[in-house]
Design a protein around this ligand. Sequence first.
Ligand SMILES: NC(=O)C1=CN([C@@H]2O[C@H](COP(=O)(O)OP(=O)(O)OC[C@H]3O[C@@H](n4cnc5c(N)ncnc54)[C@H](O)[C@@H]3O)[C@@H](O)[C@H]2O)C=CC1
Ligand SMILES: O=C(O)C(=O)Cc1ccc(O)cc1
Length: 365
Amino acid sequence: MKVAIWGVGLLGGSIGYILKKKKWSDKVIGIGRNSSKLEKAVSLNAIDEYMIELDDRLSEIDILVLSVPVKLMPNLVKRALPYLKKGAIITDVGSTKEYITKEIENILPKDIYFVGGHPMAGSEKTGVEALDPYLFENAIYVLTKTKNTNLSAFEKVKEMVKKLDSTLLELDVEIHDLAVASISHLPHILASSLVNTANDISNNNQNIILSLAAGGFRDTTRIAAGSPEMWRDICLTNRDKILYAIDKFKKELSNFEENIKNGNEEMLTALFRNGKEVRDKIPQRRKGILSPMIELIVFVPDKPGIIGDITKILGRNNINIKDIEVLHIRENYGGSIRVGFDVNKENEKAEEVLKNAGFEVKELK
Ligand SMILES: NC(=O)C1=CN([C@@H]2O[C@H](COP(=O)(O)OP(=O)(O)OC[C@H]3O[C@@H](n4cnc5c(N)ncnc54)[C@H](O)[C@@H]3O)[C@@H](O)[C@H]2O)C=CC1
Ligand SMILES: O=C(O)C(=O)Cc1ccc(O)cc1
């Protein structure tokens, strides 16, 4: 399988690396604008070779993966089409689906196919240096189908998704965009607004406020460190669904505002209680929805090597860790490590061996 990746950053670089490593692809060509970044991608084994100006090597490829900010995608497809062979498949990893699917389907000839995709995995990091060989493992990977989708092209992209160790979820473009507007795009806008608001208040108050930022503020605003260009394009290409979510959010915020103004204890408790109940029902942290996992919390002191100790004990006992995260570590106070396991009794064995090693452990319900 010959693959080209346009935009060899976090997502594109990770895909290239994994497809090469698993030998699903015997050639991965990177396409981009900056030769030193593309050289870096070659040295990191994310791609085999690259092009800055499109050339005839594009006519050999079976799949073109678009991994640039979404608004650019239709124009890149226009530029690639004259080179692509009959039967070539174009897919993308963009965070919004309706806009690009419409734009791309409009310009596609009959014998070149488009299958929209969106891995629900990533981070606030950017660039090929951040590539992650396990980025997509156990993550939901959405593929969208429309009345124009070619089914054998869809199957081929499905095969790629399986190679990335992701869990496939087929969705309609509109439902996808509505869902991500509320669980990904609105939260991102709010994270940026929170940071901007705190910064504004801080500037007017001797700059001490941000230096007080502790776990809660950091948790809710981590994503604000993401790529501004990527998020600009997401907002521009999912405009209506995002505006709908913002409108809903404003009403929710006004509700809090009113009840704070009026000192309405009962209503405030009810609002927080409702938020807590819904939040508690969301299956615990993982890369995407639907992934079954049992999680243990291991309470630890804050000292060097502690995570290594935990992973060594589990490794020695042949227990596979599906996910791991440091929670609430405060200097000198210690904290906890969340460790996720497949739902296959590994968690029980893990609990036993960690307890035997002297750790305090409890299952996260
Ligand atoms: N970062 C994340 O967590 C996720 C991102 N996505 C989507 O993946 C896509 C790529 O994002 P990342 O890899 O995170 O960003 P990134 O910033 O790491 O990579 C983007 C790449 O596109 C290139 N690029 C930008 N403008 C270009 C242009 N005009 N021509 C050619 N190349 C250009 C950049 O040089 C870079 O190599 C975006 O569409 C984003 O919406 C999807 C899921 C998760
Ligand atoms: O960093 C995180 O937690 C994310 O949620 C990353 C992310 C960003 C954009 C997407 O379209 C999907 C996932």
